[in-house]
Design a protein. Sequence first.
Length: 295
Amino acid sequence: MRAFSVVLAATLLLTTACGTTQSANSGDCPNNGKVRFGVEPYEAPDKLKPAYEVLARALATKLGCEVELQIVDDYAAEVLAMRNGKLEIAQFGPLGYVFASQKAKAEPLASFADGSGKLTSYTAGIWVAKDSPAQKIEDLKGKSLALSSVGSASGDALPRYGLKKHDVADVKLDYAGGHPEAMLALINGKVDAGEINSQQLASAKAAGTFDESKFRQIWKSEPIPNDPITVRGDLDPAFKDKVRRALLELGPADVEKVGAFLDVTPPGPLVQVDNDTYKVLFDLAATLGLKEEDV
């Protein structure tokens, strides 16, 4: 039978299917045997799709359920989908998870580890052209800054937190629509500075789309724990435990392609996480006074 279908952006309307599970017992799976798995569009959907297809196939086999993969339109859409019972499993960005836990009862199960089995992290960053007069974040006063999209931890909240912490006012914030778009705005000289997190930097350098020698990083955040894969909290406890076990049983090869986007090299198996893992993001949301509508 079909293992999963992939839904690409635009309000979750386009669906395709491929792959097979060995067996799917609908009695052990919610939603008539179909488990819907949402992913935030932290990279171009056409790039994320083949990577998450590998993970989805492996997860479907472990669960014995049909897994429908949904690459959603934005952060808010994923939180709303889970809150409305349209997702059973979802990978959220760390800040998106804060609001998903509060508004959609999302519970973190697992995240991405390196080859030694250690939970991985990444950093937010602000970059300028090499010949820019800006040498530090304070020099951005009166300048323009390309950010990713509203609700991104590394592409929105943390750069804004950096500006606030260093008392930098009068910065023109330009939301480019995603991490690749923010980088492109800087490369093309559309802005004075751009956010580039360590994950986007690694993938762009590997793809040959970013020449680091032509740019400088003038600010970097503290490490952020990598994205949690979560389950909707109002589901049957036995099923939630089943999902947890399935995720933790995935091998490095099952998550390698996804890990490449998250700067996890070499990849290890997923590791268990909980609410305390993301305390720094809860604290960040409180410090900035962020609300659900900010994501």
